[in-house]
Design a protein around this ligand. Sequence first.
Ligand code: GDP
Ligand code: IMO
Ligand code: MG
Length: 450
Amino acid sequence: MDTLPANVVLGAQWGDEGKGKAIDQLAAHSDWAVRFQGGNNAGHTVVVGDITLKLHLLPSGITASNCRLVLGCGTVVDPWVLDQELERWHALTGEKPEGQRLFISERAAVILPFHRLYDSADSLVGTTGRGIGPAYRDRTERVGLRFVDLPHVVDDSEAIQSISERMNKQLVTVGVEQAIDPEQLQSEISWVMGRFSDAIRPTGPMLDKALRAGERVLLEGAQGIMLDIDQGTYPFVTSSITGRANATHGAGIHPGHIEQCFGISKAYTTRVGNGPFPTELSLEGGPGKQMSEVGHEFGTTTGRPRRTGWLDLVVLMEGQRINGHTGLVITKLDVLGGLDELKLCVSYELDGEETQSVPASCEDYARCTPIYEVHPGFPALSPEEWIALADESRQGGGLSVLPEAMRDYLARIEQAIGVPVVSVGVGPDRRASIASSDGPFDVLLGEATF
Ligand code: GDP
Ligand code: IMO
Ligand code: MG
């Protein structure tokens, strides 16, 4: 069989690992960039010189102007958020990609105001409040609306009436006082159809055709494996399958297409929202504060402070088991500069026993205490020094330009996970990466071309 290559970028922790930056780098060599799950709970940052893009629904591959973009069948799409993002993109670049190079799967689920209202009642998980869980729940319950369904209900007053009644009953159960007005719902559906009719397409068959024609597809994960609904730290997870197995399914193509699968991990750990976090540190002082301050660890979507902690190799091992990464990207190594020592969690102790897996029960997980290995730290470098090192790496030095203490730290990660580190992030800018020579991340991206 001919190779029909699709590559995947996935979060290997609890999200915000720096997927946006990795996708921006790979998009330069991709013909398509596809979101396959999640919605605007995602916040992906791409920094190009003075420009900082914060992308929620638009695929991060938008930075490569010849890359076509898809919101796949596995996503949940808030049309109003997408509209605002497109407006911002238009103001920045003058481009209107919708229907030209941005396509929305006809099978993608529509997030309606009801879903946002329902999500606003969450107090357990600490969700992003964007209606993601309720929209997936409606889809699973088979009462949700996909883009392809909108024309079938828009003129059916009875259907609109019964949808509104169901929504209002549910809002009451979670104590939300606002109610859905059927007429307004009808006009909202009508607006969505008008706004996005050019972009709504059978994107699975489109991608299949493109792959057959030899075009390269980049599948963009959102969130991270520890937030996976099946494999993550349930119930403190998101409501979609964030792992590799869903990358092709949520894009409407088969798994045989996957060639390379990159797991993105910070050189430490962060988490937004509730749930156990064994290697968590205090934000008030010491290394946890440094990670928070130097790493600007605030949620891209909600602005909440991210919790910080040492790198947890047990988490990365779980991600490896589920996703079979072919390469790791370790981001934000620069943030650890100046710490005397670096700790790596190599296993947990649970009720007197040592374990190297994440327990399925969060009650058990909360009782896990980390067992650390201590590594020497390395000095802090200025952003200019890091970029100079990155430039040196692109002149053929690859990862060998990194000082020994950093290489040892990375080598220990590689050894534990059994997968090579293919790129190391040393700053937010797209140029601030040190990649293995001739690997997929050995790219020189300069000024913005969008
Ligand atoms: P994503 O959700 O995985 O795309 O990650 P986010 O964009 O939510 O969060 C990652 C944050 O770290 C963003 O502010 C990035 O600009 C920043 N970032 C990414 N890689 C690096 C890096 O190597 N060093 C530093 N200092 N910042 C980075
Ligand atoms: P990116 O793609 C970090 C977290 C929320 C909450 C839980 C459930 O930027 O890495 P949800 O709104 O999805 O129902 O919230 O998941 N969460 C994220 N944390 N990065 C994300 O996305 C996240 N998306 C959801 O904080 O704990
Ligand atoms: Mg993010």
